[in-house]
Design a protein around this ligand. Structure first.
Ligand code: F6P
Length: 527
């Protein structure tokens, strides 16, 4: 088990290890990774990691053993090991909301130990999980009998992105009703989903941690009315997932169709419990449990592996090196798997809502970079969209390739084409190519960094591992940067202003005091 100590604020700007890294970076910034491969035959082994069917190769990054040791020194100084202990120990790491951060308990197995304020929380988690999975079994029976054909998940942010990503990722394992996702407050989203569904055989699952989110409640009210109008049976076809069971009851959801969870599960970290009900509805009890087991492999690994071999820690240090030492500000995620087409969107929230912060835990401004800009699209589509910029643009954008040795479709030959493309792009980014005489526009500089993550197959377990790896990578980066990764105050202002603007747009209130640009827009829209 990992060391336990109450986490202490750490300022990167005061860190001797960070100063060393900066000195090192000025030398390594121009490091030619191609030459590093030539001079060190062990480079791949030294910079790659393995864990239960996952192979992570960082050897195409501008790293070497000297940099690795300096990064490890930073991890020691930032008390990364102690912070991981605190996370699993249920300390109130979400300081600005005074909450523990225990999403790992939602995927725990009987016999594990998770406590908040000295109280066991696992018993209740396991009871709710069993109640949810028994419900899933029942819905699968209704599905076999043709009574429930479709499920609509209504939620947004963490109540949408993780489950939507996972349901699509596990498409090949789907054996339950078809799951659809409605999130946007643009009525076009709800309309486009409902127009093809039958209210008599559709289940609505309203997912909202707070059960107050404007978008979700607006969609939920309309969908509920649609279900009632169409002769659906509310007592059976309406389900709610929330920490706010008073509000779910007031909305008319029966207690037996309501699944609760606690505030110590952050929205964007919540797909392991009731928020992931659509994942379970889509693939069934056994596959859902495999998904949780994959995450547990990583939970165990992050707590016990030596930091030098600890994959989430190594990924976190690499991200820090790239953006705070080498100045590469974005992080491109390229799943070479169409079924992972929502991975970049899911990671945008997981990473940017967690680490997009400019105030450190001590209340002072940070003077270093925090959350990277995360973006991406599946390969090979992305090759025909933005790879031009990755290969020849003026800035360097480190890339994560995520690939699977075995196909997710029955078209096996196509899978080899897909893999050939992933390997070729990673190699092209690294090797580059000299331009023919007089044609400088055809030059590829090369030496562009990437990480290659290779899983055996896109299974529920592999997906659980992939997500948990990122969750812990994001956590460790928050520790290095000394920020509070588990709140999201930055989304509040816009929400409040939208609520204030609505009556003005509706003409129910005078146009308020805005900047001239907003006033002009409001007036134009009121006309
Ligand atoms: O956008 C902010 C946010 O609070 C996210 O953190 C959260 O995942 C999302 O809104 C949805 O919140 P809720 O689950 O409470 O509806």
């Amino acid at each position: 088990m990992s060391e336990r100590r109450v986490w202490r604020p750490f300022r990167l700007s005061d860190s001797p290890a960070q100063r060393e890294l900066e000195v090192l970076a000025s030398a390594k910034k121009s490091m030619d990774v191609r030459k590093a491969f030539q001079s060190n035959p062990h480079r791949v082994q030294e910079l790659s990691f393995e864990l239960e069917g996952l192979y992570v190769d960082m050897s195409k990054q501008r790293l070497d053993t000297e940099t690795q040791s300096a990064l490890l020194a930073l991890a020691e100084e930032a008390h990364v090991r102690g912070a991981i202990g605190d996370l699993f120990g249920g300390e109130r790491l979400n300081t600005t909301e005074d909450r523990a951060v225990l999403h790992m308990a939602m995927r725990a197995a009987p016999g594990d130990c998770f406590e908040v304020d000295g109280q066991d929380v696992l018993k209740e988690v396991l009871e709710v999980r069993e109640r949810m999975l028994a419900f899933v079994d029942r819905v699968h029976e209704w599905h076999r009998e043709g009574q429930i054909t479709d499920v609509v998940n209504i939620g947004i942010g963490g109540s949408d992105l993780g489950p939507a990503m996972a349901v699509r990722a596990l498409r090949q394992f789907g054996n339950g009703p078809t799951c659809h996702f409605v999130s946007n407050v643009d009525g076009a989203h709800l309309e486009s989903v409902l127009e093809d569904l039958d209210p008599k055989s559709t289940m609505l699952v309203i997912v909202s941690k707070t059960f107050t989110t404007q978008e979700t409640m607006a969609n939920a009210r309309l969908a509920k009315a649609w279900l009632e109008r169409g002769g659906g049976e509310l007592s059976r076809q309406l389900v709610a997932v929330s920490t706010n069971t008073e509000a779910t009851e007031a909305f008319g959801v029966s207690g037996s169709q309501t699944f609760g969870f606690e505030n110590w599960v952050g929205g964007r970290y919540s797909m392991w419990g009731p928020v992931g009900i659509c994942i379970a509805l889509s693939v069934g009890r056994d596959r859902f449990e495999e998904f949780l087991s994959g995450a547990r492999v990583v939970d165990q690994h992050v707590q016990t592996a030596d930091l030098a071999q600890n994959i989430p820690v190594q990924l976190a240090l690499l991200g820090h090196w790239n953006q705070n030492c080498l100045g590469f500000r974005s992080h491109v995620v390229l799943p070479y798997a169409e079924d992972l087409n929502r991975l970049p969107a899911y990671l945008q929230q997981a990473d940017m809502e967690s680490n997009g912060k400019n105030i450190a835990r001590d209340g002072e401004h940070v003077s270093w970079n925090t959350g990277a800009v995360v973006w991406g699209e599946p390969g090979t589509n992305s090759q025909h969209a933005f790879f031009q910029l990755l290969h020849q643009g003026t800035e360097i954008h480190p890339v994560d390739f995520v690939a699977f040795a075995k196909p997710t479709s029955r078209y096996h030959d196509m899978h080899r084409m897909l893999l050939a493309n992933a390997l070729a792009q990673a190699e092209a980014l690294l090797q580059g190519k000299k331009a023919p005489e007089g044609e400088p526009h055809r030059a590829f500089e090369g030496n562009r960094p990437s990480t290659f993550m290779l899983f055996d197959r896109l299974t529920p377990k592999a997906l659980g591992m992939l997500v948990a790896l990122h969750e812990h990578r994001i956590f460790v980066q928050g520790v290095l940067w000394g920020i509070a990764s588990f709140d999201q105050w930055g989304v509040e202002l816009g929400k409040a202003m939208a609520n204030a603007l609505l009556p003005e747009l509706n003409g129910e209130q005078q146009v308020g005091a805005h900047d001239a640009s907003t006033t002009a827009l409001v007036e134009r829209l009121r006309e």
